[in-house]
Write a protein that binds this ligand. Structure first.
Ligand SMILES: CC(C)(COP(=O)(O)OP(=O)(O)OC[C@H]1O[C@@H](n2cnc3c(N)ncnc32)[C@H](O)[C@@H]1OP(=O)(O)O)[C@@H](O)C(=O)NCCC(=O)NCCS
Length: 193
């Protein structure tokens, strides 16, 4: 077992363990259903993207919660934290985070950050677990009607829509020009408190 290796825990509402490739269909269903009512509703994956630390919560053989963390060095990043809508409020995300923090601490990782939009349950959950906002910027989606005002056609291509980043100082202007604008926040906490 390496420093980020498996260590199943007893007494949780769901079994927490490392992701296994056979979890993939159930993992993908959990993720897409978990994001359905959030501002990430169209961030759909059809294949799991592998990362350094991958935990799942299982109930009845199904993935009901997932947490992915990339660990490039002393500063780690949450790539995904999602709990199936039918299993919220059972402490599953908290149990996943606690297990990840134990492993990150053993691996001497110093900070954990996450990027998220304005979904209240997610922001409240991060705040409860000691994450504080460090920076923010804008995610702008330009629709078919809007994209012509910002993207110039070249090489015989006609832009149909676009996903753009903008500085937070331009929020009022972006909201005036585009219907779908999100504030993306970087939240960060020390691994050991
Ligand atoms: C954010 C999210 C991951 C939290 O998952 P969760 O498993 O419901 O979170 P927890 O259960 O650990 O904590 C949430 C609530 O349950 C409560 N709780 C914790 N343990 C509990 C238990 N054993 N029994 C009942 N409630 C419990 C917490 O106090 C908290 O209560 P509150 O929100 O009413 O104040 C989940 O809402 C989610 O998947 N959201 C959509 C995806 C998303 O936005 N992800 C983050 C952005 S990338």
């Amino acid at each position: 077992m390496n420093l980020l290796g498996a260590r199943p825990r007893a007494g949780l509402p769901a079994l927490i363990r490392d992701y296994e490739p056979t979890d993939e269909p159930s993992w993908l269903r959990c993720r897409v259903l978990g994001f359905l009512a959030t501002n990430y509703y169209d961030d759909v994956w059809q294949e799991k993207r592998r990362t350094d630390l991958e935990l799942v919560a299982l109930d009845g053989g199904e993935v009901v919660g997932l947490l992915d963390v990339s660990v490039p060095g002393p500063d780690a990043t949450v790539d995904n934290v999602v709990v199936h809508p039918d299993h919220r409020g059972r402490g599953i995300a908290t149990a996943l985070l606690e297990e990840a923090l134990r492993r990150l601490e053993r691996a001497r990782v110093q900070t954990l950050d996450a990027w998220t939009r304005e979904d209240r349950p997610a922001l409240a959950w991060y705040a409860r677990h000691g994450f504080a906002e460090a920076e923010r910027y804008l995610h702008v989606y330009a629709s078919a009607d809007e994209v012509g005002t910002v993207v110039t056609a070249r090489h015989g291509l006609r832009p149909a829509r676009a996903f753009l980043h903008a500085r937070i100082e331009r929020e009022a202007e972006m909201r005036q020009r585009f219907e779908r604008v999100h504030v993306c926040r970087r939240l960060v906490r020390p691994v050991t408190r």
